[in-house]
Design a protein around this ligand. Structure first.
Ligand code: PLP
Length: 426
C-alpha cells in the first residue's frame, strides 16, 4: 500500500479533540451535563436579520455558483467596512471572500510562501497555523512572548533567518486573550519592513476587545504606495456575529496583484463561498448593535472569571480581548493535561490543555519537518514548549451561569489538588 504524504502525516491533531471526545462520552453516559470551556464557539445566535437575509437569498434563487472571490455587493460593503473601521486603504478588488478565515489563512500562506520558506508564529498559538504551515509545505519557527503574552520584539528579531518570509500576528489572541498595543504592532511592522517579510494579520477577534483598542496592522501602510505594502489582513464573521457555522470570512490583500493571485488560489481551493451565506453576511454588516451586546456579555464573563482565578492564584494577567484566558495550574502539581482530565472527571468541567497550543514543530535545514510518526499513529508525538506545560485554556463564551458555576468548580478543584499535594509532602 502506498503511504500518505509525509506532510499530511506530520500535521498535529487539534488540542481540543481528546477533550471533546471525553466530554461527549460523559454526557452520553448520563454523567453530565459538562460545562464546556474547551471550545471557542459563542453561545449566542446570529442576528435575526442574518437568518432572514440568508433565507430570502435562497428563495430568490441565490443558489448558484458565485464568483470565486465573492459576491460583488458584499465585497463593496466590506471595502467600506475595512476603510472606515480598520483604517485600511483598499479597493474592492483587494477584498476576497472566503468560507471562513481558516480557509483564508491557508490561501494566504499558499500565496506568501514557497516550499521550505519559514513563517514566524507566536510561541503559543492557534494550532491551525502550525497545521496550515505544513499543508503549504512551509516551515514554522516561533517568536517569544513576554509578560502578559505580549510579543518580545527584540526576541522576534533574533528568530529571523534567511529563510524567513512571513510573520503571523494574532491580536486579540487565541489562546491568550492578549491584545497588542499600537507601539508593539508598529515595532513588529517595522521589523517586517526591515527584513522584507509578509505579515499575516489574523484579526478574527477584532470586535471583542475590552479595555484596550484594536489596531489593524494594515492601517500602518495606508499611505504607502502599493509596491511597498506587505500586510494580508484576515477577518471573519464567526466571532463578531456568532456566525461560526455559516463559514464566512475575508481577506484584504495588500496589493492588486496579490489579490489577483489569491483569486487564482481560491479557484482550486474552494471554488467559491456559498452564495446565500454571503447575502446573510451583507445583512450582518448593516447593524453593529449585536456586536456591542455580545462584547458586553464577554466582558462581564471575563471580569467574573478573572476575579476568581486571580484570587485563587491561577492567573497573573488580565486578557483584554477574545474570550479566552490561560490559567497556570503549576501550583496543583499537575500538568495542564492531567489537570484537564481530572477536572472533567471530578467536576464535569472541560478545559483545553495549552500543550496543544504550543507544539514545538521542528524543521531541518532544507525546511522538511523533523521527527517520525510511530507505526499506527497518525501524527508525531510533538515536544511541547515548556512554557505551556502547566497552562489550560478556558473559553468563556458559555452562559453567565455556566461561567460562574464552572469557574467556581475549577477553583475548588485546584484547591483540593493543592491540599492533596500538601498532605502527600508531609
Ligand atoms: N483565527 C483564530 C485566532 C481563531 O481562533 C479562529 C477560530 O477559532 C479562526 C481564525 C477561524 O475562524 P473561522 O474559520 O470560523 O472564520
Amino acid at each position: 500500500m502506498p503511504s500518505p504524504s509525509r506532510r499530511s502525516q506530520f500535521i498535529p491533531f487539534s488540542p481540543i479533540r481528546a477533550m471533546f471526545r471525553l466530554a461527549d462520552e460523559m454526557d452520553r453516559a448520563g454523567q453530565g451535563p459538562v460545562i464546556r470551556f474547551h471550545v471557542g464557539d459563542p453561545d449566542f445566535a446570529p442576528p435575526d436579520s442574518v437568518i432572514d437575509a440568508t433565507h430570502q437569498a435562497m428563495k430568490a434563487g441565490k443558489t448558484h455558483y458565485p464568483q470565486s472571490v465573492g459576491v460583488h455587493e458584499l465585497r463593496l460593503a466590506l471595502t467600506e467596512k475595512v476603510t472606515r473601521r480598520n483604517g485600511i486603504a483598499a479597493e474592492w478588488e483587494q477584498v476576497v471572500v472566503a468560507p471562513g478565515s481558516t480557509e483564508a489563512l491557508l490561501a494566504v500562506m499558499e500565496v506568501a510562501l514557497d516550499p521550505g520558506d519559514e513563517i514566524l508564529l507566536p510561541e503559543i498559538y492557534w494550532p491551525n497555523y502550525g497545521q496550515q504551515t505544513l499543508l503549504a509545505s512551509a516551515s514554522s519557527a516561533f517568536y517569544p512572548l513576554g509578560a502578559g503574552y505580549q510579543p518580545d520584539v527584540e526576541g522576534t528579531r533574533r528568530r529571523i533567518t534567511p529563510r524567513t518570509r512571513c510573520i503571523l500576528v494574532n491580536s486579540p489572541s487565541n489562546p491568550t486573550g492578549a491584545v497588542f498595543p499600537r507601539e508593539t504592532l508598529r515595532a513588529l511592522y517595522d521589523l517586517a519592513r526591515e527584513h522584507d517579510l509578509w505579515i499575516l494579520s489574523d484579526e478574527a477577534y477584532e470586535d471583542i476587545v475590552f479595555d484596550a483598542e484594536h489596531v489593524s496592522l494594515g492601517s500602518f501602510e495606508r499611505d504607502l504606495p502599493e509596491e511597498e505594502r506587505r500586510v494580508f489582513s484576515l477577518f471573519t464573521f464567526s466571532k463578531s456575529y456568532a456566525m461560526t457555522g455559516f463559514r464566512l470570512g475575508y481577506i484584504v490583500s495588500p496589493t492588486m496583484s496579490t489579490a489577483t493571485i489569491l483569486r487564482k488560489t481560491q479557484e482550486p481551493l474552494v471554488g467559491s463561498t456559498a452564495s446565500m451565506i454571503q447575502w446573510g453576511g451583507l445583512a450582518a454588516l448593516k447593524d453593529d448593535g449585536p456586536i456591542a451586546v455580545m462584547r458586553d456579555a464577554y466582558r462581564r464573563r471575563r471580569d467574573f472569571a478573572v476575579g476568581m482565578l486571580r484570587e485563587a492564584g491561577l492567573i497573573d494577567y488580565t486578557p483584554q480581548g477574545a474570550f479566552y484566558v490561560l490559567a497556570d495550574v503549576a501550583s496543583t502539581g499537575l500538568t495542564g493535561e492531567e489537570f484537564a482530565t481530572a477536572l472533567l472527571e471530578e467536576e464535569k468541567v472541560c478545559v483545553a490543555p495549552a500543550a496543544g497550543f504550543a507544539f514545538a514543530l521542528r524543521f531541518g535545514a532544507g525546511g522538511a519537518p523533523e521527527g517520525s510518526v510511530a507505526p499506527g499513529a497518525a501524527a508525531p508525538d510533538y515536544p511541547v514548549n515548556p512554557r505551556a506545560r502547566h497552562l489550560v485554556r478556558i473559553a468563556f463564551c458559555v452562559s453567565d451561569e455556566d461561567v460562574k458555576e464552572g469557574i467556581a468548580r475549577l477553583v475548588r478543584f485546584a484547591a483540593r489538588c493543592r491540599d492533596r499535594r500538601g498532605a502527600s509532602a508531609r
